[in-house]
Design a protein around this ligand. Structure first.
Ligand code: HEC
Ligand code: CU
Length: 377
């Protein structure tokens, strides 16, 4: 069915809730139809002027009266039993529930976890563990409503209300303000992110970031892949580009004669304006990254290039442009670099950026990273 009849059942009580709800709807329909069918039937049959016999109208029918009293009473009590049982369950939070505090105000939801992590209009929770919300409003009456969890509670100024639920499966569930509270009431909502407990713990420990803060070096390594620097700069020099392994603070031969120390300034210029000083033996084929990457990105790239010096065994001066290195064995520092960047930073890049973002340039990468970070105002 494409059009869902009801919201998905995202919490542990959603199924019971739906059973009670639909049973009540079914009973209501049955009795409404029964009563109205009889009203219409008798109204038509005994309308003024109809030729039906009106002799001997029955004045009492004990079995019938007992039936129409006892059967609805029993049905009503059954509904009451299951309804009250579920109501009590939904209103009594388990002792081990994890506390989350929610403040509603025109027109947003401020949420705070017990370790101090805050978020706005999103609520991250662990799957399969009870979560208790304590809610209050800063201005007018709101209501916190998670349809997929079948949970709703008023959020009132000057008074705490509570509600609890256990998310049944990981996913993204919308929540809304369910009490008309002013002009932007309809925008007062967000999403519950139910995540596996380990992931939630990681999220909480990272201060509400999905991705652990990366070191400059790690971020630089990721940019090096994302910006496709590694298309040309392999771990070994080849005809496309010189290797960057171990070049930091080493003398570089500049084409047309002369030397340059590959310090930060030289590396920055080599990235932003590669044509300014070409490495001996190469043409001006490297694209200019000026305007493509931010200064932060450049600093991160430089930190990454510096870290490549650590790949060098002590005593080695350079592997950058040595022809002999091309035939080196699998244990060389250069191939260790290859393995490292293919696994660690490569996975990091695809995990947090997604495969399609791999061609994005610097500022876009920053935007993605910023989006991953939760607004913590
Ligand atoms: C199209 C191939 C290509 C791409 C892509 C490329 N480079 Fe280069 N790069 C070269 C070539 C060729 C040279 C040598 C000529 C020169 O100095 O411009 C070079 C030189 C350099 C140097 C100076 C190295 C030395 O020997 O002193 C650095 C640093 C550098 N690139 C970093 C980067 C970074 C960082 C990126 C990604 C943002 C990148 N390159 C992308 C081809 C490329
Ligand atoms: Cu509201």
């Amino acid at each position: 069915m494409n059009f869902p009849f009801a919201p998905q059942q995202g919490s542990t009580i959603a199924y019971q809730h739906d059973v009670v709800f639909y049973a009540l709807v079914a009973l209501t329909i049955v009795f409404t139809v029964l009563v109205y069918a009889m009203v219409i039937f008798f109204a038509v049959r005994y309308r003024q002027g109809s030729k039906v016999s009106r002799h001997n109208p029955p004045h009492e029918n004990l079995p019938l009266e007992i039936a129409w009293t006892v059967i609805p009473t029993i049905l009503g009590l059954i509904m009451f039993f299951f309804g009250a049982k579920l109501f009590i369950e939904m209103r009594t939070s388990p002792k081990d529930a994890q506390d989350v505090y929610v403040v509603g105000k025109q027109w947003m939801w401020h949420i705070q976890h017990s370790n101090g992590v805050r978020e706005n209009n999103t609520l991250h929770i662990p799957v399969g563990q009870p979560v208790r919300l304590t809610l209050i409003s800063q201005d007018v009456i709101h209501a916190f409503y998670v349809p997929d969890f079948r949970c709703q509670i008023h959020v009132v100024p000057g008074r705490y209300t509570t509600m609890w639920f256990t998310a049944a499966k990981a996913g993204k569930y919308p929540f809304y303000c369910a009490m008309f509270c002013g002009t932007q009431h309809s925008e007062m909502g967000g999403y519950v992110y139910a995540m596996p407990p380990e992931e939630y713990a990681r999220w909480l420990n990272n201060g509400g970031n999905n991705v652990a803060p990366m070191s400059m070096e790690e971020r630089g390594g990721r940019l090096f892949k994302v910006l496709a620097c590694d298309n040309c700069h392999k771990q070994l020099s080849d005809e496309r580009a010189p290797s960057l392994v171990g070049i930091y603070n080493k003398q570089r031969n500049i084409s047309g004669g002369g030397h340059q120390t590959a310090d930060e300034a030289y590396l920055r210029e080599s990235i932003l304006k590669p044509g300014a000083q070409l490495t001996a033996g190469y043409g001006p084929t490297m694209p200019e990254y000026e305007g493509q990457v931010s200064e932060e990105d450049v600093l991160d790239l430089i930190a990454y290039i510096k870290s490549l010096n650590g790949m060098m065994p002590s005593g080695t001066t350079t592997v950058a442009t040595t022809e002999a290195q091309k035939g080196s064995s699998g244990n060389s520092p250069a191939s260790r670099l290859a393995t490292e960047s293919n696994t660690a930073s490569g996975q990091e890049a695809s995990r947090s950026l997604g495969a399609t973002d791999m061609n994005e340039t610097g500022p876009a990468v920053n935007a993605v990273a910023a989006e991953n970070r939760t607004d913590r105002k």
